[in-house]
Design a protein around this ligand. Structure first.
Ligand code: SF4
Ligand code: FES
Length: 248
């Protein structure tokens, strides 16, 4: 298939960005979206232009690095799909595809399509862990955990920290990401003991990083490639309220 790409180019965080148009010919419909970008970059390098920077790592939907807005949608048009899992057969011959970086104050552009999402790492460092000494490994069934809780915790743990929830949100809120990290720890006995301190620390760090507040539009859950549920935000809000009262 032949495509016209409109790609965001920006030299650095302080520079002004702009769209560049590139024509791509004979792209295989079996190629992944990132493979299509590889072909584009090979062609750019051949004509002496700088390759377009974009973030990626696993290319298997696991690491959360492939942060692109494609035709206005973080990770492209399909639900429950990361950019690296998107295939070119999803597009039509002759399509124009607009490719931009995730946009949020807390995710400054490093170069072109690559943004700095280390704000997420700092939120995790603020409390997204279990600090109790766990000793040596116990038998798997030493602490009985209800199936419902185990399932909810597992489902929250599937958050890959990609940031699509932030990129799609009109307020650039990180509530879905933070609430997923909180739910995954606090639903299990090992993480439960610290849950109130943890929620206060992580929410405070989230605010400090410049993410906006949540106004319950639900766009985050719709854009999330791992289908993290809005229920985790409700749970985070309840925990935050209790944590704030206990802190007094
Ligand atoms: S909640 Fe979903 S969209 Fe947000 S960072 Fe986690 S996986 Fe990505
Ligand atoms: S490159 Fe790892 S999730 Fe897409």
């Amino acid at each position: 298939m032949n495509l016209k790409l409109k790609v965001w180019r920006q030299n650095g965080p302080e520079d002004k960005g702009y769209f560049m148009e590139y024509e791509l010919k004979e792209i295989s419909t079996d190629a992944s979206f990132l493979e299509m970008l590889d072909v584009m970059n090979e062609q750019l390098v051949k004509i002496g232009e700088a390759a377009v920077e974009f973030d990626h790592d696993c290319r298997e939907g696991i690491c959360g690095a492939c942060s692109l807005v494609i035709n206005g949608n973080p990770h492209g048009p399909d639900g429950s799909t990361t950019t690296c899992q998107l295939h070119m057969r999803r597009f039509q011959d002759g399509d124009t595809v607009v490719i931009e970086p995730f946009r949020a104050k807390a995710f400054p552009v490093i170069k072109d399509l690559m943004v700095d999402r280390s704000a997420f790492d700092r939120i995790i460092s603020a409390g997204g862990y279990v600090s109790t000494s766990t000793g040596s490994a116990q038998d798997a069934n030493a602490i009985p955990i209800g199936k419902d809780k185990a399932d909810r915790s597992f489902s929250a743990a599937t958050c890959i920290g990609c940031g699509a929830c932030v990129a799609v949100c009109m307020n650039a809120s990180a509530n879905l990401f933070v609430s997923a990290k909180l739910a995954h720890l606090s639903l299990l006995p090992q993480g439960e003991v610290e849950k109130h301190g943890r929620v206060l620390e992580m929410v405070r760090q989230m605010d400090k990083e410049g993410f906006g507040g949540c106004t319950n539009t639900g766009a985050c859950a719709a854009a999330c490639p791992k289908d993290i549920s809005l229920e985790s935000i409700a749970q985070m809000n309840r925990q935050f309220l209790i944590g704030s009262v206990l802190e007094r």
